[in-house]
Design a binder for this molecule. Structure first.
Ligand SMILES: [Zn+2]
Length: 100
């Protein structure tokens, strides 16, 4: 089983708020030789991110997603974004972060 961390950018079409949500994507074999992706957020299985997300700022449901990495290339879009509140470190990996 592979795990990959993905940050998915969202944008609200109501107030143009931009934010990111961190997901853990697991590639699992469905026993028929097909690989499928399971999305995990804060340790909970969730549906894949889609435009069904709800804006954390205005509660609007008219949201859209960007391709992954969009905000890294467009830092100006992040200005209005709030810092990510969740710390999923403990859920991510049994491997301790290396101390510098
Ligand atoms: Zn909004």
């Amino acid at each position: 089983m592979e795990e990959q961390r993905r940050s998915v950018p969202f944008e609200c079409r109501g107030c143009w708020h931009v934010w990111e949500e961190d997901y853990l994507v697991r590639s699992v074999d469905d026993r028929h030789g097909n690989e499928r992706e399971v999305w995990v957020r804060s340790g909970v299985l969730v549906p894949p991110p889609s435009s069904a997300a709800v804006c954390p700022q205005c509660g609007g449901q008219q949201t859209t997603t960007f391709p992954e990495g969009y905000l890294a290339r467009h830092p100006e879009a992040r200005l209005a974004a709030q810092p990510p509140p969740t710390d999923e470190t403990a859920l991510l990996s049994p491997v301790r972060p290396r101390l510098l």
